[in-house]
Design a protein around this ligand. Structure first.
Ligand SMILES: C[S@@+](CC[C@H](N)C(=O)[O-])C[C@H]1O[C@@H](n2cnc3c(N)ncnc32)[C@H](O)[C@@H]1O
Length: 381
């Protein structure tokens, strides 16, 4: 057993590793740094600790690799619900010549970690999933450190942490970040939060949602408008891009059950929800549910229809670059004559993007807030 005192390691991480990291966000205008004060706070909190090179370290919700890369000389498993985060962490690890296991929230996590470092997610449902999954894995001596930016920490986070894990100490605020430290109280773990389910109005379908899935409490109003105006025609291959719970793909499949469907989202928990919803409601339909960053790696000119209700933020940052990437990817994977249908907030000006890429678009429907745009790929590049 080898014990390291982390002073050197943490200082090295703070002064050397963090400044080298990139966000790999795909947004050319993104000049933000790839770590924030909550990452620094977590690493600084390790300064007086000793670590054992034979026992696992668990990292939850690392954004771009600040925590994973800093500790990668130990046995690190980095859990995230985001493919985009995992891709950035993998790219940063690679650039530094380091390695770590990257796993999704529903995959097995290592037991008896010596240390857990967690970024507190904005969504309480995800924090609850982290904590309930974590508790049965904790050893008596596991140190659990959680931190987040003040503005992102849900009000009831501290109570939830102590309810699930055990006595929790709130550390002093630092650079608009806050950290909590706790250890297991040894009591029986609370049950994993069950998925939230509700009937999809006007259908016999039920939609279920794991933690962190977009609009998990009720149908999104943009999606509602799209469902009232679904495309009609002949479609063999359909993609629901940014599928969330899979509602657009599901309702399209209920009208065109012979087509093949790909439901794609960057959230593993969204993809797991969409897979469940398709298989429970329309088990006979051929569908792949894939965790992916937009349509990276999908075959060009192969698809008849892409449906998309694009996001307008990535993690905490409001941006339209994901929508732009989705439209570019849709253009690439559509066959000539194939169609992209999007629903979006009127003020986002998606028609301008579609004009640039596809040469134009038509308004299919609109209401006070949302608009549905349809565009056709008429050229090959
Ligand atoms: C506005 S929600 C739409 C969800 C669902 N289609 C609906 O209409 O209710 C946008 C979805 O895009 C997903 N998303 C965000 N960035 C993505 C990316 N880079 N690649 C794939 N999906 C992404 C989000 O996780 C979210 O589920």
């Amino acid at each position: 057993m080898q014990l390291y005192v982390l002073w050197n390691l943490a200082v090295l991480a703070l002064t050397h590793t963090l400044p080298q990291l990139q966000r790999f966000s795909g947004n050319p205008k993104d000049d933000l740094q790839a770590f924030d004060s909550a990452d620094e706070y977590l690493l600084q909190s390790l300064l007086p600790q000793g670590l054992d090179s034979s026992r696992p370290i668990l990292i939850l919700g690392d954004n771009f690799g600040a925590l994973t890369c800093a500790l990668a000389e130990f046995k690190v498993t980095s859990v995230s619900d985001s493919v985009v985060s995992h891709n950035a962490i993998a790219a940063n690890l690679n650039a530094l010549g380091r390695q770590a296991a990257l796993v999704d929230p529903l995959a097995p996590w290592p037991a008896e970690p010596q240390l857990v470092l967690a970024r507190i997610p904005k969504q309480l449902s995800l924090l609850e999933l982290w904590l309930a999954t974590l508790k049965p894995l904790l050893a008596k001596d596991t140190l659990v450190l959680l931190a987040g930016r003040d503005r992102d920490i849900p009000a009831s986070a501290e109570a939830m942490i102590s309810r699930h894990i055990g006595p929790t100490e709130k550390l002093l605020g630092w650079k608009k970040a806050r950290a909590f430290v706790c250890q297991s109280d040894g009591k029986a773990p609370l049950p994993l939060p069950p998925p939230i389910s509700w009937p999809l109005e006007g259908t016999g379908f039920t939609l279920s949602h794991f933690a962190n899935v977009f609009s998990r409490q009720s149908l999104d109003i943009g999606a509602r408008l799209m469902l009232a105006n679904l495309p009609q025609g002949r479609f063999d291959k359909v993609i629901d891009l940014g599928c969330g719970n899979g509602v657009l793909g599901l309702m399209m499949a209920s009208q065109y059950p012979d087509a093949h469907y790909s439901l794609v989202d960057e959230s593993y928990l969204a993809v797991a929800s969409a897979r469940h919803n398709l298989s429970q409601n329309l088990p006979e339909v051929k569908a792949d549910c894939v965790a992916n960053d937009c349509l990276r790696g999908f075959t060009a000119s192969s698809v008849d229809l892409v449906l998309c209700n694009p996001p307008f933020h990535q993690q905490q940052v409001i941006t339209d670059h994901i929508a732009w990437q989705m439209f570019k990817d849709a253009f690439r994977v559509l066959r000539p004559g194939g169609e992209l249908w999007i629903v979006g907030n009127r003020h986002l000006g998606y028609h301008l993007k579609l004009k640039r890429l596809f040469g134009g678009c038509k308004v299919v429907a609109s209401d006070r807030k949302f608009v549905i745009l349809r565009t056709i790929k008429r050229r090959t590049s």
